[in-house]
Design a protein around this ligand. Structure first.
Ligand SMILES: [Zn+2]
Length: 362
């Protein structure tokens, strides 16, 4: 399955919403947003921290965002006669809309920001933040989606990545899903987000430096060689099919972490072939099932698509999905405390080979 039609509308405050319909004859654009929303808040600013050479987004308006509403007031369910949600139509397959509380948007003008001090330059938080709803089923989860819907989601992410990569000033497009209140999720309805960053995030910068150094030294591609070594060893491979391998990184930072990588190097989701897109869902759903089986209850997780940057260094990017959980035991979470939070030095309590062995056995 994929989407057969794509219908864009404007919500009452001007934000864009796009329905991706699996049936060509479905029409959802005729349902207007009946709410009278105030204009979206001014967007964030980015402040430069000279001590660590990083940009930090400051978005005070996000403090007021919707926090765990009751299910009859869920902003991600389709609208009903009793409640007008973010999605005006009475049903949907996959829908994407601009976040009401964005960390980045195109509403601020670059000349509206001024430096904090001579040492701390500021720039506008120009970019875009979207919400993606995978299903209209409030009580569903990504892991319960049929493979055909996962394929539709991949095609939607390809559409959004291509469109957001083309926006002025966008440096990297990052689709992700936070799942579970333990991770800090503020809405129970299954959903993900897509960030279009105006700067290359610190983690990507670090990965680009590593890949660039390796390439200068060997003439080869770093992620390609890491993946080949993992596939040859097999000790940390959890599952695989013809086009993808899921493995626990040898130096994973989290108690349970799996990376899913296509066997062919591609920069981003739009570059995946038809066969690769079809093959992703069955493997990913299998890994999610194993995650939930680990402790016999829904696993809180972060699922993060690492895509190539838009500009300089694009050729060094290798698309892969990083899935990890902070749950280290049935009743224990890993918190980022002193060493991790202050120093960025991770201590993992679960041996990666053991994590892979356990995940394989489920
Ligand atoms: Zn809902």
């Amino acid at each position: 399955m994929t989407f057969k039609s794509r219908q864009a509308i404007r919500l009452s405050d001007g934000r864009e919403l796009i329905y991706f319909n699996e049936e060509a004859q479905t029409h959802r654009a005729e349902y207007p947003d009946t709410r009278h929303l105030p204009p979206p808040p001014p967007t964030s600013q980015l402040r430069y921290d000279p001590l660590v050479d990083e940009w930090v987004a400051v978005a005070a308006h996000r403090q007021t965002r919707t926090f765990l509403p009751p299910s009859d007031a869920c902003p991600l369910c389709p609208s009903s006669p009793a409640f007008a949600s973010e999605i005006p139509a009475p049903d949907y397959d996959v829908v994407v809309f601009e976040n009401q509380f964005p960390s980045f948007s195109d509403r601020v003008k670059p000349d509206e920001v001024t430096a904090i001090t001579d040492m701390v330059p500021v720039r506008a938080g120009v970019g875009r933040c979207e919400v993606i709803c995978f299903t209209s089923d409030h009580n569903g989860s990504f892991g319960k989606l049929p493979p055909s819907r996962v394929r539709t989601v991949i095609d939607v992410l390809a559409d959004r990545t291509a469109e957001m990569s083309a926006l002025t000033g966008v440096a990297q497009v990052f689709p992700f899903e936070n799942r579970g209140v333990e991770i800090g999720v503020t809405l129970h309805h299954p959903h993900g987000q897509i960030y279009a960053y105006p700067t290359v995030p610190p983690r990507t910068q670090q990965m680009l430096r590593a890949a660039g150094r390796y390439n200068s030294r060997t003439g080869r591609d770093l992620y390609t060689d890491v993946l080949a070594a993992e596939r040859a060893s097999g000790a940390r491979v959890v599952a695989a099919n013809e086009h993808w391998t899921a493995y626990v990184p040898a130096a994973s930072r989290w108690p349970y972490e799996v990376q899913l990588a296509p066997h062919r190097k591609v920069p981003d989701i739009p570059a995946l072939s038809d066969e690769e897109r079809d093959a992703f869902g069955p493997l990913y759903l299998d890994v999610l099932r194993r995650f939930d089986a680990l402790f016999g209850k829904p696993m809180p997780y972060i699922s993060a698509w690492h895509q190539a940057v838009v500009g300089e260094g694009r050729e060094l990017g290798y698309l892969h999905l990083q899935l990890f959980s902070i749950r280290r035991a049935a009743d224990k979470l890993k918190f980022l405390a002193g060493s991790e939070s202050a120093m960025g030095a991770f201590v993992n309590d679960v041996v990666p080979e053991k994590a892979a062995e356990t995940l394989r056995s489920l």
